[in-house]
Design a binder for this molecule. Structure first.
Ligand SMILES: Nc1ncnc2c1ncn2[C@@H]1O[C@H](COP(=O)(O)OP(=O)(O)O)[C@@H](O)[C@H]1O
Ligand SMILES: [Mg+2]
Length: 252
């Protein structure tokens, strides 16, 4: 999976000393406390951390839906939210944003129309997510995995170079999750950059590198194998706990 760092000089996403505050008035608080990371091109980065640590806030910032307090986020060298990124960056939110009362194909074609893509592109997106046989099904009759695939197809219609997926596998059974990750892998192989969030630490094993988050900070950003070796642990969850331990001990 390896040489993304040497093969591509410019990271797909650059997060530079990013501070983000949310809420209004007295309820306003800082959520991201000056985080920095480069997300390499053509690989899968897992944005992992417990609920409430700031994954969605970071993703909203990357897709240009969240105001930056200070610092910067660039996608493909352009400031997050730039209009020129519209066709190059696609995103699925944590809440399913597809329409339940129309078919799979109608959803994908609707999104294709929004980004100015043709129906061949819609068909190709359906093929990529293996939903050809479900094109005429109402979304309301789909399983969770199929609905997640429909969302992904909608994001894929314009052939975006960068895909940001907010907890696309949440609530799905292990087999369905595994097959979705296989689709993400296929996309990465074709050169797409994927940033995928999850609060399930175990999903680190499907990623080229993991960006571990806690309480608005990045704890680590490296391949799982390196993380496990550094923390003398055998899985992502133990590595996370070990890092928190060393954090609290004040050593590092
Ligand atoms: N609209 C909002 N206004 C104020 N605070 C918010 C808002 N949405 C989320 N938060 C807070 O931001 C923090 C991070 O939330 P979020 O980015 O959704 O985390 P995650 O996606 O990792 O679960 C949480 O403390 C949450 O309560
Ligand atoms: Mg979230």
């Amino acid at each position: 999976m390896g040489d993304t760092r040497t093969a591509h000089a410019t990271p797909a996403i650059e997060i530079d000393s990013l501070v983000v505050a949310r809420g209004k008035g007295k309820a306003r608080k800082e959520i991201l406390h000056g985080v920095t990371a480069d997300i390499p091109t053509g690989s899968i980065t897992g944005l992992l951390g417990p609920s409430g640590c700031g994954k969605t806030t970071l993703i909203r910032t990357i897709v240009g839906a969240q105001k930056i307090t200070s610092g910067a986020v660039r996608v493909l060298g352009q400031a997050a939210g730039s209009p020129s990124l519209r066709s190059q960056l696609a995103y699925t939110s944590q809440q399913l944003s597809i329409y339940p009362d129309i078919t799979v194909a109608e959803n994908v074609e609707y999104f294709a129309a929004l980004v100015g893509a043709d129906s061949a592109s819609a068909q190709q997106a359906l093929d990529t997510v293996d939903l050809e046989d479900y094109a005429d099904r109402l979304v309301s009759t789909l399983s969770g995995g199929q609905a997640s695939r429909t969302s992904l197809a909608c994001a894929l219609v314009g052939n975006p170079q960068v895909l940001v997926l907010d907890e696309p596998t949440v609530g799905l059974d292990p087999l369905t999750r595994q097959s979705l990750w296989a689709t993400f892998r296929q996309l990465a192989k074709s050169g797409v950059t994927l940033l995928i969030s999850s609060h399930v630490m175990d999903e680190a094993r499907y990623c080229d590198s993991v960006l571990l988050m806690r309480e608005g900070h990045f704890l680590a950003h490296e391949p799982l194998a390196a993380l496990q070796e550094r923390t003398s642990t055998a899985n992502a969850e133990d590595a996370f706990l070990a890092l928190i331990g060393s954090d609290d001990g004040g050593e590092v």
